[in-house]
Design a protein around this ligand. Structure first.
Ligand code: SF4
Ligand code: SF4
Length: 622
C-alpha cells in the first residue's frame, strides 16, 4: 500500500476504519441501507470479530455482552432497525458500559430505500445518550474513534448518526495507511496497527448490570446526572465549533446540512454541532449574542430547534425549511432567499447564489423524464408466486425486502408492507378480523423469517391461526446487497460455509406445523396448484419456495434464451409477470395490440413459457 496519509472513503468505510483504529473487538448488526457496508469493510481488517446478526436487537445484545467483558464493541443499523434494538438500548443507557460501545444509526431522509423517514436524533434524547453527527468521511473516521473514548469516559453508549449522503458519499479521510484495510484481498493488513484490547478478568457487578427495580432506579438517576457532564463536554471539547465570518448573519447546523450551508452561504458565521446531543448551551448563547440574525438549517425534524428553544432561545428553522425529505443545496439557497439573508447580505454574490427556485427547476426537469416503476429482476424466482397469488385473488400481508415490489403493477399481489417480520402477525390479525371471505396469505423472505418472522409463526401456531405462510427462500438478504444469514450457513468474518446452517423446513417442523410444501418457483404450474391447495386447507400451513437470488452471490444465467413466436395474439399475459426482459415491440397486430418480444437480458427461467397458455413462447434452440 502506498505511503500516503489520506484516502478517499465513503462515510461507511470511514466508520469501519475508525472502529479499527479504536481497537473494536466485536462488531455486529443487521443489513439495512444505508448502513450495510460498514461491517463488510471492517471484516477486511481480520482483527475484530465481525458478524451479521439475526436482527438488530440480538446484534446490540451481543455488543452489550462484549462490553460487559471489557471489550470495545460496535452495533450498526439503519434508522428503522434502531426501533428493533430500542429495548436493549434504553436499558443499556442506564447500565452504562465497560468496554466502549458505539451505536451507528444511518437515517434515510427522502426514503430512498425505506418504509418511513424517522429522525433518529430523537433516540439520543429519548435514551439520554450522547450523539455525534459527522458531516463528511473524515469526521466519520475521527468521531468513531472518539466515540469509544467518550463511551468509556462517561460510562455510556454513544450514538453516531449518519444519513444516506454521509454514508455513501466519498471524501478524504486523513489517516496513515496503517489504519486502512488492504482493499485488494481479505488477508490481514500488512501494516497492521490494530491496538490489542486490554485483557481484564471478568468481575460480577449486579448493581451495574442487573436492572431489577432496586438497582435500575439508582442507575437512572446516574444517567440523568451524566447528561450534565456531557453538556459541559459538548461546550468545551472543541468538537462543536464556531466559524465566525459575517456577524450579521449566522447559521446553526449539523451533519450534511453543514456542507450545503458552506456551499451556499460561505460568508455566514456558522455554529456546527458535531456533538449534537446534549447541545452545547453556552456555545449557542455565545453565538447568538455575537451574531445579529441566526437561523437553524437542519434536515428532517426540528431537533436542534427544539433543543435550543428549551434553553429559552427562539430561532427560525422549520418555518423556512421542509420537515420532510432530504435537504439539497438548492433548497438551502431558496430558504436563505426566503429568509431574506442572501439578497440582503451577500452583495457580491454570484448569479448562482441569487438564482431563483433551483429545486423547482429540478422538479420540473424530473417531471419531464419518463417514469418507470421499479420491477423484480429478469428471472426473479419470486415472480411466479406473486403472479399466482394475483390470479387467486387472496389478501396478501407482505414484508420488507425486494419482493415488496410484488405490490406494484403489473403484479399488484401484496396488500400490506409495514415493517420487517410483520407479515405473519398481520396475516393472523387479518384472519381474526373475519373481514376477508378468502383465506389469507402472509409472505416474507428467508432473511426476514430469521430476523423476526419466526416469532410470529410460533405465535400463529400457538393461537391456532389459519393462514398460508409463504417463505421465499432465495438464500440471501437480497435487498441490501446479498448478505448472509443463518440459512446460508456462512458468516461475515470467515466468508466460509459453516457447519451449523439452519434449515428453514426443520425450524417450521420444530414449531409443530405439519402441512409444509417445498416448491421450485420456476415451475409456475406447481406454484399455482400448491398455493390453491394450501389456501383451501383448514390448517395453518407453510410454503417454502427455493431458488437462489439471480444476483447473489453471483449473477445467474441458466444458459437458456426464450423467444416469442410469430402468431402471438398480443393477449398481454406474459407482460403481466413484469419481467423486464419482456418488452412491447413497435410492431402491432391488426387489432392494434402491440407484439411483445424478449430481449437478450433473459436468463432463461422459463416462467413466461408457462404463463403463455397459447404456447407462443419457446426456448431458442441453438
Ligand atoms: S402470453 Fe403468449 S400470446 Fe399472450 S402476448 Fe405473451 S406470447 Fe403472446
Ligand atoms: S424466461 Fe421469460 S420470464 Fe424468465 S427471464 Fe426470460 S423472459 Fe423473463
Amino acid at each position: 500500500m502506498a505511503n500516503v496519509n489520506a484516502a478517499l472513503l465513503t462515510g461507511n468505510e470511514a466508520i469501519a476504519a475508525g472502529a479499527y483504529k479504536a481497537g473494536v473487538h466485536v462488531a455486529t448488526g443487521y443489513p439495512g441501507t444505508p448502513s450495510s457496508e460498514i461491517l463488510p469493510y471492517l471484516a477486511r481488517f481480520n482483527n475484530a470479530i465481525v458478524n451479521w446478526s439475526i436482527n438488530e436487537k440480538t446484534a446490540l445484545e451481543i455488543a452489550i455482552g462484549a462490553s460487559i467483558g471489557y471489550k470495545r464493541s460496535m452495533f450498526t443499523t439503519k434508522h428503522v432497525g434502531l426501533n428493533v434494538a430500542s429495548d436493549p438500548l434504553m436499558t443499556l443507557a442506564i447500565t452504562g458500559v465497560r468496554g466502549g460501545i458505539a451505536v451507528i444509526t444511518a437515517d434515510d431522509p427522502a426514503m430512498h430505500s425505506s418504509q418511513n423517514e424517522q429522525d433518529n436524533r430523537f433516540y439520543s434524547k429519548f435514551a439520554k445518550v450522547p450523539m455525534f453527527e459527522p458531516s463528511d468521511s473524515n469526521e466519520c473516521f475521527e468521531f468513531t474513534c472518539e466515540a469509544f473514548e467518550i463511551s468509556e469516559r462517561f460510562d455510556t453508549p454513544v450514538i453516531i448518526r449518519t444519513t444516506t449522503r454521509i454514508s455513501h458519499s466519498k471524501s478524504i479521510v486523513r489517516t496513515p495507511p496503517a489504519y486502512l484495510p488492504n482493499m485488494n484481498s481479505n488477508l490481514e493488513n500488512e501494516n497492521n496497527s490494530y491496538p490489542k484490547p486490554k485483557e481484564k478478568t471478568y468481575i460480577k457487578d449486579i448493581e451495574k448490570f442487573v436492572m431489577a427495580p432496586v438497582y435500575a432506579r439508582k442507575r437512572h438517576k446516574i444517567a440523568i446526572e451524566r447528561l450534565k457532564k456531557l453538556q459541559e463536554f459538548s461546550n468545551n471539547s472543541g468538537i462543536n465549533n464556531i466559524e465566525y465570518n459575517s456577524l450579521d448573519f449566522g447559521i446553526i447546523t449539523s451533519g450534511i446540512s453543514y456542507q450545503y450551508v458552506k456551499e451556499i452561504a460561505p460568508f455566514a458565521s456558522v455554529l456546527k454541532l458535531s456533538f449534537s446531543y446534549p447541545i452545547p448551551d453556552l456555545l449557542i448563547k455565545e453565538f447568538v449574542k455575537k451574531v445579529k440574525s441566526v437561523i437553524i438549517v437542519e434536515e428532517l425534524e426540528p431537533f436542534i430547534q427544539d433543543e435550543i428553544s428549551s434553553i429559552g432561545i427562539n430561532l427560525r428553522g422549520k418555518e423556512i425549511f421542509n420537515r420532510f425529505g432530504e435537504l439539497t443545496p438548492d433548497m438551502v439557497k431558496e430558504g436563505l432567499i426566503n429568509a431574506g439573508f442572501i439578497k440582503k447580505y451577500d452583495n457580491k454574490s454570484s448569479d448562482k447564489l441569487q438564482g431563483k427556485g433551483g429545486s423547482s427547476k429540478l422538479d420540473s426537469l424530473l417531471e419531464k423524464l419518463p417514469q418507470r416503476l421499479p420491477a423484480l429482476c429478469s428471472g426473479c424466482p419470486h415472480t411466479s408466486v406473486f403472479y399466482a397469488l394475483k390470479k387467486l385473488k387472496v389478501p396478501v400481508m407482505g414484508d420488507i425486502g425486494c419482493y415488496t415490489l410484488g405490490a406494484l403493477p403489473p403484479l399488484n399481489a401484496m396488500d400490506s408492507c409495514i415493517s420487517m417480520g410483520l407479515a405473519f402477525g398481520a396475516a393472523q390479525g387479518l384472519s381474526l378480523s373475519n373481514s376477508s371471505p378468502k383465506k389469507i396469505a402472509g409472505i416474507m423472505g428467508d432473511s426476514t423469517f430469521f430476523h423476526s418472522g419466526i416469532t410470529s409463526l410460533i405465535d400463529a401456531k400457538y393461537n391456532n391461526a389459519c393462514f398460508t405462510a409463504i417463505i421465499l427462500d432465495n438464500s440471501t438478504t437480497a435487498m441490501t446487497g446479498g448478505q448472509d444469514h443463518p440459512g446460508t450457513g456462512k458468516n461475515l468474518s470467515s466468508g466460509q460455509v459453516v457447519s451449523n446452517k439452519i434449515d428453514i423446513k426443520r425450524v417450521v417442523e420444530g414449531i409443530g406445523i405439519d402441512e409444509i410444501y417445498i416448491i421450485d418457483p420456476y415451475n409456475y404450474n406447481a406454484v399455482y396448484k400448491t398455493l390453491k391447495k394450501a389456501l383451501s386447507s383448514k390448517n395453518l400451513n407453510v410454503i417454502i419456495t427455493k431458488r437462489p437470488c439471480i444476483l447473489y452471490p453471483c449473477k445467474i444465467d441458466l444458459g437458456k434464451k426464450f423467444k416469442i413466436l410469430e402468431g402471438c395474439n398480443g393477449c398481454d399475459l406474459c407482460m403481466q409477470i413484469g419481467c423486464p426482459s419482456i418488452l412491447n415491440s413497435e410492431n402491432f397486430l391488426d387489432n392494434n395490440k402491440p407484439i411483445p418480444f424478449i430481449d437478450s437480458s433473459c436468463i432463461g427461467c422459463s416462467i413466461c413459457k408457462d404463463i403463455c397458455i397459447f404456447n407462443f413462447i419457446e426456448e431458442i434452440k441453438s
